[in-house]
Design a protein around this ligand. Structure first.
Ligand code: 5AD
Ligand code: SF4
Length: 483
């Protein structure tokens, strides 16, 4: 359901809008500092925001002390994420006391969720901009410059920022995110994202392929195609997501599915690795699995969040699959891509979850033995179905204990998976210098395992073969070989 957004620009200012050219002149020496929280989508969005503001005359800075405009791209997924951001905003407000002309803005999910409350009640910011309103940023900052507070949290049915070339900030120059869908139509009952990011829409495949090509030409060697639910990507000319079966014959003929899109990106160059995130178990098709198998440069790694191993909880979560279905998907992946690694998100302590149901989640983890895992205590989010209909009745101490059990099992699994790789050779794309030693480099295998190895004369952004000699829970340790 798409909710109405609000746009609040003081009407008395109308007619005073300055042209882009004037604005560019005006903003020539202004610097924007952007801090991003939460999911990869937010980091990708910040790069779009940097692009929009750079066109408006700003330059980006990594130094807070240099900033004229501070933007926080925020996350609402759990209460803890919002608390972290509130603390950060208080810090910024302390700085602002000595630098009153500095503008502080909130972008992203928290902006969308709290809207003008961040200004009116919490008095923390000058500017509130939702995920679909970034093109309006120059106008909104202009409003703030004129002494007004500005809010635009209108959600769009079409916006994909398709033609905006993101400015890559702080990356390694080797791997980049490319957004392919925005929003989510799934309505998992625990999740605030459908409210903060609006309805699902797919981005024009031409603009996706162009962006990936340009990245490759600039020396990037890996793109991660991003969306809340990439498997339901479907392009048929723009606008809100429809089911394939509901398209006209012409639309069906011209449509591009996720598997086809991946193929288009994989064909740019065999040296460009393709990753994607996030897959939804109910939408991961055999076509997608077959396409991964068909191309060497599509990485053998699928992030396939299970959330829970109990059918009753999965139903309460509105996930649209059972544990049996999920296991069958896993079996299918391994049948077609035997060395495919799998990762997951798991929520523990969801409303009314029993000890037996918690055990079922552990059983699922024993079955799949995830390579990577992101594990969370359930955090009730305002206005979600779970908040309105179910009781958040698992005591904090029990949530904590269950989480610890899940994390302990995950560690064993991850160590098991890494151990499986010892003695084998993997192609690794070098991403940078290891944090622990400047004599070592690190990169990732196609299965998304991090490997470190001696630096010698190897170059960041190139592929090498690494023989894995030992491992820890999180890292493979090896040496470069020629084979
Ligand atoms: N509480 C805890 N975890 C959540 N996630 C989403 N909403 C919540 C919530 N209310 C987790 C899910 C999702 C990941 C991005 O965050 O596991 O896959
Ligand atoms: Fe949230 Fe579910 Fe959509 Fe993921 S698929 S963003 S968990 S509603």
């Amino acid at each position: 359901m798409l909710r109405e957004g609000i746009k609040e620009i003081d009407e008395s200012r109308q007619g005073e809008a300055i042209t882009i050219d004037q604005a560019v002149g005006k903003n020539k020496n202004r610097k924007v500092y952007i801090e991003s929280y939460g999911c990869q989508m937010n980091f990708a969005d910040s790069e779009v925001v940097a692009s929009i503001l750079t066109k408006d005359g700003y330059s980006t800075t990594k130094e807070l002390s240099e900033a004229d405009l501070i933007l926080l791209n925020t996350c609402s997924i759990r209460d803890k994420a919002e608390q972290t951001i509130r603390k950060r905003l208080s810090n910024f407000n302390t700085i602002k006391k000595n630098k009153p002309e500095m503008v502080i803005g909130v972008l992203g999910c928290m902006a969308e969720r709290l809207k003008s409350k961040l200004i009116d009640e919490e008095k923390l910011v000058d500017l509130v901009v939702g995920p679909d309103a970034y093109r309006d940023l120059p106008n909104l900052v202009n409003e703030v410059d004129h002494g007004h507070k500005a809010v635009n949290v209108i959600l769009s049915k079409e916006e994909t920022y398709a033609e905006i070339e993101p400015i890559r900030m702080g990356g390694n120059g080797v791997t980049a995110f490319v957004s392919i869908t925005r929003g989510c139509d799934n309505m998992c009952t625990f999740c605030v994202v459908p409210f903060t990011r609006g309805r699902e829409r797919s981005r024009d495949p031409k603009s996706i392929v162009n962006e990936a090509k340009q990245l490759f030409e600039k020396g990037y060697r890996e793109v991660t195609l991003l969306g809340q639910n990439v498997d339901s990507y479907l392009w048929y000319g723009g606008g809100l997501k429809k089911e394939f079966k509901n398209l006209s014959e012409k639309e069906q003929a011209e449509s591009v599915s996720f598997a086809q899109l991946m193929e288009m990106v994989a064909q740019i160059d065999p040296l460009l690795r393709v990753r994607f995130s996030t897959s939804h178990p109910k939408d991961l098709t055999d076509d997608v699995i077959n396409t991964i198998a068909k191309y060497d440069n599509i990485c053998n790694y699928i992030h396939l969040p299970v959330q829970s191993g109990s059918n009753r909880i999965l139903e309460l979560m509105n996930r649209g699959y059972t544990k049996e279905w999920y296991k069958k998907r896993i079996d299918k992946i391994w049948e077609i891509i035997p060395n495919c690694s799998i990762s997951s998100d798991i929520i523990t302590g969801f409303c009314s979850e029993t000890e037996e149901e918690h055990q079922e989640t552990l059983d699922m983890m024993r079955y799949v033995r995830y390579q990577l895992g992101y594990m969370f205590k359930y955090s009730e989010r305002p206005n979600t179905v779970a908040q309105r209909k179910f009781e958040d009745d698992i005591p904090e101490a029990i949530k904590q204990r269950r989480l610890e059990e899940i994390i302990a099992l995950h560690r064993e699994n991850a160590h098991f998976r890494n151990n499986e790789m010892v003695g084998k050779i993997f192609e690794v794309l070098i991403e940078g210098v290891s944090k622990k030693s400047d004599q070592e480099l690190y990169g990732r295998t196609p299965q998304n395992a991090v490997a470190v190895f001696p630096k010698e004369n190897h170059q960041v952004g190139t592929y090498i073969n690494v023989l894995i000699e030992s491992c820890t829970t999180g890292t493979l340790i090896g040496k470069v070989v020629n084979a």
